[in-house]
Design a protein around this ligand. Sequence first.
Ligand SMILES: [Cu+2]
Length: 82
Amino acid sequence: MNRLGDSSCELETTVQTTTFQVNGMTCQGCARGVAKALKALPGVTSAEVSLDAAEATVTFDPAHVSIAQLKTALEKAGYGTG
Ligand SMILES: [Cu+2]
């Protein structure tokens, strides 16, 4: 089932938004890097990162990517997640 329209799922797209903590960002460059790492994942439609709040708010399609995968991507990029 997941093979159908893998790269452009326009049918029955379910979108979920989550906010989680991102530790280790020290400047706007870090925040941009975090947003970029999140947006690089399949299924992520938007990622907003707040340096002040140390948070990322991600809109994604849970059929393509899980919250655990979002966090793993950030950990690989060198940031901690809460
Ligand atoms: Cu930085």
